[in-house]
Each structure stands twice: as C-alpha cells, then as structure tokens.
Design a protein. Sequence first.
Length: 359
Amino acid sequence: MKTYRIAAIPADGIGPEVINAGLEVLDAVARRTGQFDFDVTSFDWGSDYYKTHGQMMPADGLDQLKPFDAIFFGAVGAPDVPDHITLWGLRLPICQGFDQYANIRPTRVLPGIKSPLRNVDHDDLDWMIIRENSEGEYSGSGGRVHEGYPNEVATEISVFTRSGVTRIMRYAFAMAASRPRKLLTVVTKSNAQRHGMVMWDDIAAEVATEYPDVTWDKMLVDAMTVRMTLDPQSLDTIVATNLHADILSDLAGALAGSIGVAPTANIDPEGRFPSMFEPIHGSAFDITGKGIANPVATFWTAALMLDHLGQDQAAKMVMTAIEQVCAKGILTPDVGGKATTRDVTDAVIGAINGFNDGA
Ligand code: IPM
Ligand code: MG
C-alpha cells in the first residue's frame, strides 16, 4: 500500500472548515480504493500564527514542507492583517520557493449549478486556465523611496524571463494537446506593454512550432473578458501571465456559477518540490464559522491532487461524486442551495462509498 505524506495548511477564515471536509473525502476515497492512504501533518501557520510569532510561518517553513508529497492549502487573509503580509508571508514564498511555476485552474459549469450567462449549459463552458505562477507582475520587484513625502516614488516591476515564459508556454501547449479540442488561447497585452508582453508573444509563436497539432490564437486581455462572457464555447485551454490569469480566473469562476467551486493547483512540473493544492475562494470571513462554506472547490482541488499523485481513478471518483451531489441539488447557499458544509461532505462521502468497483 502506498502512503502519501500530505502537509495540510488550513490557515485562515473558512480554510480549516473546507480543508477538514477535504481530508474526510480524501480518506473516504483512499479507503474505497484500498490501494493507498494518507499520512497527514497539519501546520498551524497563517494569520493567528503571525499575531503570536510576528511571521506567517517559521523561518525554516520550506525545509519542513520539502519532504511531503503534496501540500493541501486552505486560505490566507485576515481582516486585521494587511493582505500583502499574509500573501507574501506564506503562500507566495511556498509557490516561488518551490518553483511551482504552473498554476492550473480548471473551470466548468457543474451539473446542478447555474451559470449567470444566458444559454450557457453544463457542456458549454469547459476551460483550463494556465497561470504563470513564478514571475511577471508578482515578481515582488520594485520599491518605495521617500516614503510619505510628496516626492515619494513607488515602482512595481513586472519581470518576464525567456526561460520562465518558455516553460509556461510549453506547459500550456502540452496541456492543450492533451485535451480533446487541442485549442489554446494565449492572453496578452502586447499592444500597450511593448517589452515583456511582446517577448511573451514571440515565445508563444516559437513554442507553437513544437506543437503542430495544437490550434492557437492570441487575445488581448481586455477583449478576452468579452469573449469569455459572450462566446465561452470558443475557448478551451487558456494561458496568461500571473496577474492577467488572476483576474480572468475570478471571472471564470463567476461565469461557472461561483468561485465557491473553483479549484487550483500550484504545480512544479519537474517534481523537484511538493506541489500545492488549494481552493481559489480565499478566507471568506463573512461566513467563517457558520458551517456553510462550499467545500466543492476543496473536493475538486483534492481530485487535482490525486491526479498529480498518479491516482487518476480515485480522482475520477471524487469528481463523479461531486457531480452527482451537485446534480441532486445538495448545494450550499453561494450556489443557490440550503445545504451546509457537513451536508455536502456527507453526501460526497456517501456517493464515494456507494461506487461499485471500477467506478
Ligand atoms: C488567487 C488569489 C491570490 C492571488 C490572492 C489571495 C493574493 O486571488 O489565487 O487568485 O492574487 O494570487
Ligand atoms: Mg485571484
């Protein structure tokens, strides 16, 4: 029996509620298949840890995480700690320190969940957004001088490297090639940003020659919001910079019904470090402790983690269970239902337990 070592970092807000639910589902699917199990270690890092220790995680945090097979992450963000501290203190050091350069964000309208778009059904919106996750606008390069004086200057520099852009383009073209439609849209803003984004376009065209079976096109990011809204069927795999994909993936989540169902994976495709799996929705303090957080994003995230670990049959079971439960209308309030986190979790575990062998 294979045992996977999982580092759980539930962190802030609804993070602990959804991560606990996710761990229950992972446990259920492991028991159902009988082929693997999990050895989970939980870390109490996050905003509360920051309030006591003055840092979001210990200085040797990455060393502690390195031996794990994967990281299962909840959410960061607290009303009384500045967002740039929570982000740059925990999640970004993990993404960047472990060179998790490919952030993948699958988006679909799940059965039973309604898209706010007219005439968009379950099968009409099936996207795979690939977010560059190691540089670009999130490079952290820049600074402030003459702080507080009228002549204060702040710079926020986007950094694009040939190696960084080439590797994310290869990842995106390969992802597109692995999906039935073999269709990739490269998002850009090279009309206005005439250095980094022009290199981005050049490299996309170069990498495209390595993938002759992929049909690709290029969209300016502003026009992309229109196409996602008015012609969602025309899109399949999408690659964009760190910031562009951050924005487009929130739009994608909303168009698919709720960011409460949107999963993500921060992947080191070379497997040198553990990859990190998290729901997109964030800490959601308005509903923390109410027991109504939508656990579906975390279950879908768990499926991505199972896939990454090579347990694709178990991943499929989790996805099928989610789809069955959503189709039955067992939904939390963010997607129009009355169910609690507990109800949805029990229903998904029930569905997993009910599968026949080979489901
Ligand atoms: C995301 C989130 C983060 C980001 C926030 C929490 C800083 O919005 O994963 O999309 O911008 O990267
Ligand atoms: Mg975001």
